[in-house]
Design a protein around this ligand. Sequence first.
Ligand code: HEM
Ligand code: HEM
Length: 170
Amino acid sequence: MKRYHPILVVIHWVMLVLIVMAWTSGQFVLEHTPNSDPGKIDALRMHMIVGLIAGALLILRLITKLRSEQPPHAKTGSALFDKAGVWAPWAFYVVILLIVASGMGTAVFAGLIEIVFQGSGAPLPANFDDVPPLGAHEFVAAILFLLVIGHVAAALYHQYWLKDGLFSRM
Ligand code: HEM
Ligand code: HEM
């Protein structure tokens, strides 16, 4: 068993693109666009669709992971890093699940399903200040960012320092 299942490989790289799109559109566009802006509904729609596709792929990925054989955990020579390598994948699954769930919670709470997807014509609420799930969404987005930074650093460490060819597994 030298590689991850091909479905896991494809989803890994597609989800990378989707998560970068959702994260940057949330952090750099939505957060700085007032709800009174005429373009806000379109921006929300794009963000929500990308996030929901990532959520669907996460479930497909989880099922595939549980049903396929995984390559053995890579060794680094450090007990701490080896442990991190065992837990990090599961941390990603939990955090991405939480970010999609809190995003959906925000959308339901603020009535966005009708406004954004069903074209109800109703205006957006003046702001999302009193939408509790959004606080969780923002917090989890920050955790996800830190996880990705750590993950990329670990991947580069394996590839260029340990030179153990880890990229070829994914
Ligand atoms: C990979 C999944 C996702 C990521 C990485 C992500 C990331 C973000 C980020 C970084 C923000 C800005 C938070 C801030 O104000 O500081 C945000 C806002 C938001 N997200 Fe997501 N999100 C995801 C999925 C979703 C989903 C599935 C939904 C709903 C179906 C959603 C709905 C929202 C809403 C309504 C806002 C608030 C926009 C505003 O403040 O104007 N997100 N998201
Ligand atoms: C949003 C960004 C990313 C997420 C959420 C993510 C998530 C994951 C997860 C969960 C795994 C474990 C396999 C599994 O359980 O499916 C994994 C493996 C891997 N990722 Fe990422 N990843 C991201 C970005 C990246 C980037 C940018 C790189 C390259 C620089 C990378 C390189 C790798 C490699 C080489 C593996 C295989 C590790 C091994 O063989 O054990 N990932 N990733």
